[in-house]
Design a binder for this molecule. Structure first.
Ligand SMILES: Nc1ncnc2c1ncn2[C@@H]1O[C@H](COP(=O)(O)OP(=O)(O)O)[C@@H](O)[C@H]1O
Ligand SMILES: O=P(O)(O)OC[C@H]1O[C@](O)(COP(=O)(O)O)[C@@H](O)[C@@H]1O
Ligand SMILES: [Mg+2]
Length: 505
């Protein structure tokens, strides 16, 4: 693996820079950016980004503290490293769906063709494995004209099937020199490997990642595209759950939302709705029985209000469910042990083609457990379970996400044209930046339950925190992982010594 490029400046300034083609191809010629003569851009004062411009990772800095880590600011540069006719770009989408994929595809094609006069753009069919299939999809402005109005990805997507050598062989054989890879944490890991192999072979090929995740689990960036749309769509399910709950005696509206390891969709959907009485996410352990447990809270809420709404992220309570099913502690109303076979099935760990753990349906299990509990205590209760998981990610992106996708795609293209490579384009504090792959892949973004946002949620729902002092100290330890040399929080491990240089001017 190549070494991270890190520059140290005065006042504790650190630039975590991204690779550039000239790092390994020092004699590449440069050309005037064609945008200079484009009437739309030439009138814009300071349209080109100053090469020294960077964006801080942490916006809140103590007055005596160091300036901290910065990323290269994205945007068009005066000089480009590709001539328009020379560019042969390709776009691939990998992993699960997310609203906005088609908008990103559309805007990469539009930016390349309208801003930089590029004519050869290929769509790779069905994720990474499409690189070594025969079929490709020629992409023109006409082909992508109204795809942003559709959900999904016109290119198709898949999990698994990443073979770095075969992918780079295909890139080389087809004469592709700009690779745009849209996908989540797994995809960006794959993109990083493709970049390393391309660099090893000394190819003039820019590798660009565009972060996609409905779960919002990619670190460093403000939020992922499609997240806003997903939270908005989740409101429809929560509203339905609320209506059902209100209309029934001791009604419980129970909604399961996506969120494998990170409960951001559930948390933001809850905060947006105000109708939710309890939000359960993977980061916040909870328990059912006894004082301070979920059952006690539900009973209390039903007695006070006559109805309630629960939102559950799919990754929440997985361990508890597995343990409970394994030990067959689930009993029916007559006290008989049930679901023995399901218990056995639950104890097996199943992985998808990409190696992600396939989660068991905690929603079904928890709603059954709640029903059993109320039967046991002989209290009337009507639970309506709504599972809109795929519905919230299979829709087209909303207006805000469409704008976000557009800027993200434009930034990705400007960076590749300027010769940068091995980076993920991302929004940091509202600014477009280029982030080195290792910062994107080193850890997952998750809800920190000792932070203010989770406290805000607890005070909005009034639910118990389900936390004892032991959990709180464990959480604190986890979020304060291994400190990196600058004192930053960093749970990921980067084994390669960085190339560090002092900035003298
Ligand atoms: N560590 C890895 N190295 C190389 N490729 C990977 C890695 N993890 C995942 N991939 C590939 O990335 C693609 C998408 O990964 P996946 O985890 O399914 O979705 P996402 O990118 O949305 O997290 C798959 O084709 C998978 O083979
Ligand atoms: O059924 P699929 O397509 O494998 O997707 C399910 C998973 O995909 C997600 O939506 C997002 O995961 P990725 O970001 O890895 O694609 C998870 O929330 C969910 O667990
Ligand atoms: Mg993933």
């Amino acid at each position: 693996m190549s070494s991270p490029k890190i520059f140290n400046g005065p006042g504790g300034y650190i630039l975590q820079d991204v690779p550039h083609l000239i790092d390994y191809l020092p004699d590449l010629p440069t050309y005037q950016n064609p945008l200079k003569d484009n009437p739309a851009y030439s009138v814009v004062k300071q349209y080109f980004v100053d090469t020294e411009d960077t964006v801080p990772e942490k916006i809140i800095v103590h007055k005596d503290g160091p300036r901290g880590i910065h990323f290269r600011r994205a945007g068009p540069r005066q000089k480009v490293y590709f001539e328009s006719d020379e560019v042969h770009a390709c776009i691939v989408t990998c992993g699960g769906l997310c609203p906005g994929l088609n908008t990103v595809i559309r805007e990469i094609v539009s930016s390349l063709s309208h801003m930089y006069g590029v004519k050869r753009i290929l769509g790779i069919d069905g994720g990474y494995r499409g690189f070594y299939a025969k079929n490709t999809i020629p992409l023109t402005s006409k082909v992508v004209n109204d795809i942003h109005k559709r959900g999904g990805t016109i290119l198709g997507t898949s999990r698994g099937g990443h073979d770095t050598k075969k992918i780079v062989d295909s890139i080389q054989e087809r004469g592709i020199n700009q690779v745009y890879i849209i996908g989540g944490d797994g995809t960006q890991r794959g993109a990083s490997k493709i970049f390393e192999e391309i660099r090893k072979r000394g190819l003039k090929v820019a590798v660009v990642g565009i972060p996609k995740t409905i779960d919002n689990d990619i670190p460093v960036i403000d939020r992922s595209f499609g997240f806003d749309t997903a939270v908005e769509e989740a409101q429809r399910a929560i509203n339905a759950a609320h209506v059902e709950a209100e209309s029934n005696e001791n009604g419980i509206g129970f909604v399961k939302l996506m969120g494998r390891h990170s409960g951001f969709i559930a948390m933001y959907a809850t905060l947006a709705s105000r109708d939710v009485d309890c939000c359960l996410i993977p980061e916040s352990p909870f328990y059912l029985e006894g004082e301070g447990g979920l059952f006690e809270y539900i009973e209390k809420r039903l007695k006070e209000h006559g109805h309630m709404v629960i939102v559950l992220a799919e990754g929440a309570g997985q361990e508890m469910m597995t343990k409970s099913m394994e030990s067959n502690t689930l009993e029916d109303a007559s006290g008989n042990k049930v679901l023995k076979d399901v218990g056995l099935w639950l104890s097996q760990s199943i992985k998808d083609a990409s190696g992600n753990k396939v989660l068991k349906d905690v929603g079904l299990w928890l709603s059954q457990s709640i029903k059993d509990h109320f039967k046991k205590i002989k209290m009337v209760m009507n639970l309506k379970y709504i599972d809109p998981t795929y519905m919230i990610r299979a829709i087209p992106s909303n207006a805000a996400d469409n704008v976000y996708c557009t800027l993200l795609a434009q930034s990705a293209v400007h960076g590749a044209m300027a010769g940068y490579t091995g980076y993920t384009s991302g929004l940091v504090h509202g600014r477009q930046t280029y982030i080195p792959f290792y910062r994107i892949t080193e850890k997952q973004n998750s809800v920190v339950i000792t932070d203010r946002m989770w406290a805000r949620l607890l005070s909005s729902t009034n639910q118990p925190s389900f936390l004892g002092p032991k959990n709180i100290s464990e959480q604190k330890k986890e979020t304060h992982g291994t400190p990196s040399p600058d004192g930053e929080i960093c749970n990921g491990v980067v084994h390669i010594p960085p190339v560090t240089k002092e900035i003298t001017k």
